[in-house]
Design a binder for this molecule. Structure first.
Ligand code: FPP
Length: 251
């Protein structure tokens, strides 16, 4: 089968050069609602529909890992009603998508301070992660109550403790070992990071993991993001030359 075989329905995408991990900062739900004189929560509801579309599209294309920044440690500072609405949307999503995840061989995972989430969200998460844990068609990772700096601080604390007990020599700590002590230990670093709504920031997301990640920022607000734009971004990604700090081939 060649890379543009008829069974692969994406003429602009080369299936041999797919990113193995796409990470997305889903931003702009509030602005989407404001533009329509709606409550911010309506923006999150529409945003949850976009999540469904994007997960489905990534699965169809064959992206092995998709991480979505669904709730940051900083988001705890939002009004209580908005936090509650986001938590309810998460539960709804986890309940309504379980069948689709099973039908499509998708495994659910979560990174972040899961223990800070309301018990009901934790239960829904645990159930989905447990039921889907043997699926190997795609891994959907939700970043929930996630902050990269606190993930890094925890990694340092664990390694420092090991060193203080003599279980590891400080000089033996390598990049690979650091990666093994992060929440993302089982997942390759993202190849592509997408941020919607035009902000030129990383917002405490996967700081260690994105060292060599290609970044694509679109002005589209997350509720307006969809399949066509995702396909376009993937084709742009495939045209980029990834040099990892080296010179281009042939130079
Ligand atoms: C950013 O928009 C978005 C969030 C803080 C939450 C993302 C949540 C969803 C997309 C819906 C629920 C998620 C799942 C996985 C079902 P913002 O509110 O910061 O927008 P603004 O910057 O325009 O105010």
């Amino acid at each position: 089968m060649n890379s543009k075989s008829p069974s692969f329905d994406f003429p602009d995408i080369d299936r041999t050069k797919l990113p193995s991990h796409v990470a997305i900062i889903m931003d702009g739900n509030g602005r989407w609602a404001k533009k329509r004189l709606l409550n911010r929560i309506k923006g999150h509801e529409k945003g949850a529909d976009t999540v469904r579309t994007v997960v489905r599209t990534c699965r169809e294309i064959g992206i092995p890992n998709l991480t979505l920044y669904a709730f940051s440690t900083e988001n705890w500072q939002r009004p209580r009603t908005e936090i509650q609405a986001l938590m309810n949307l998460l539960i709804q999503f986890l309940d309504s998508e379980l069948k689709e995840m099973m039908d499509n061989n998708i495994r659910l995972d979560a990174i972040g301070q899961i223990e800070r989430l309301p018990e009901k969200v934790q239960q829904a998460l645990r159930r989905n992660m447990d039921v889907t844990r043997k699926n190997d068609g795609m891994r959907l990772i939700l970043a929930l109550s996630y902050g990269s700096r606190s993930e890094i601080v925890q990694m340092v604390q664990k390694l420092a403790l090991k060193a203080s007990k003599g279980e590891i020599e400080p000089e033996a700590i390598t990049s690979e070992i650091v990666s093994q002590y992060l929440d993302t230990r089982e997942i390759p670093d993202p190849d592509l990071l997408i941020r919607t709504s035009g902000e030129l920031r990383i917002s405490n997301f996967l700081l260690w993991q994105i060292a060599y990640t290609e970044i694509y920022i679109t002005d589209t607000l997350w509720p307006d993001f969809g399949r066509d734009e995702l396909l376009h971004i993937l084709s742009v990604y495939q045209q980029r030359e990834r040099r990892y700090g080296k010179v281009a081939e042939g130079e």
